[in-house]
Design a protein around this ligand. Structure first.
Ligand code: SAM
Length: 229
């Protein structure tokens, strides 16, 4: 199995839910800076950058293959950076987005929330696509932590077969890329405790919205909006 920095993360079923996300923020003439943390192959920001050629977009991902694919874009207003988002130093973003990444990070909660704060301008908007506490997510995380203990090549192959059965419309490479996530329980999730800790770091909860259900094997996510105080 490839290590985290070698995985390729491509198109996912919730992409259409994000395509208009920063539009309201990008309507006026001022130059805005947008950042996607854990951008995968850059699908979200490529859509946004093509729609908003007068604004600047950065994508950060730790995976070299992801960033190599992302860089095949020829959009002049996009830059992709291959690095750990916790080490990413640029600041002053109007809009920071991150889908299904924050819950995976090994860093401590306070360090992560402080990092998110530091990336934004005062008044800037943060939108996280993140799992939340519910019976089905807890069940998935329990199964993942049990699978982690017996992990091996045979289990990867079994998981791939099960994924093909559950998602017959998705191609094999796409499913193979996601196998490592079968062993990753969430280190954090949306809820009162996270919102309180985010507030403690200067990020005020604004709103949340449920994302469309994808499949029984995938955790349910919300889009949660914060504003930097
Ligand atoms: C579940 S995937 C989501 C990808 C993308 N946001 C999307 O919606 O398709 C998580 C992504 O986070 C990236 N990632 C994981 N840890 C990271 C880190 N410490 N810094 C930057 N990217 C990271 C992975 O390489 C992967 O592309």
């Amino acid at each position: 199995m490839k290590p985290p920095g070698e995985q390729l993360f491509s198109s996912h079923p919730q992409l259409s839910a994000f395509k208009d996300l920063p539009d309201k923020l990008l309507v006026d003439g001022a130059l805005r800076r947008v950042l996607d943390l854990g951008c995968g192959v850059g699908e979200h920001i490529k859509i946004w950058a093509a729609k908003h050629p007068n604004h600047h977009f950065d994508g950060v991902d730790i995976s070299r293959p992801n960033i190599e694919v992302a860089k095949q874009s020829n959009l002049a207003n996009v830059e992709f950076h291959c690095e750990d988002l916790m080490e990413y130093r640029s600041k002053g973003y109007d809009f920071v987005f991150s889908y299904s990444t924050i819950q995976l990070l090994a860093a401590g909660d306070e360090d992560i929330y402080c990092k998110l704060f530091s990336l934004l301008k005062p008044g800037g908007t943060l939108v996280l696509g993140i799992p939340y506490a519910c019976a089905s997510n807890h069940l998935i995380w329990l199964v993942r932590s049990l699978l982690r203990r017996i992990r091996g090549n045979w289990l990867d192959e079994l998981a791939l077969r099960a994924s093909k059965f559950l998602h017959p419309a998705l191609d094999e490479d796409y499913l193979r890329e996601r196998i490592p996530y079968i062993y990753m329980p969430a280190r954090r999730y949306d809820g009162a405790s996270m919102r309180r800790e985010m507030l403690g770091q200067g990020l005020q909860f604004v709103a949340s919205a449920e994302l469309p259900f994808v499949s029984l094997g995938q955790t349910r996510h919300r889009l949660v909006t914060y504003q930097r105080i």
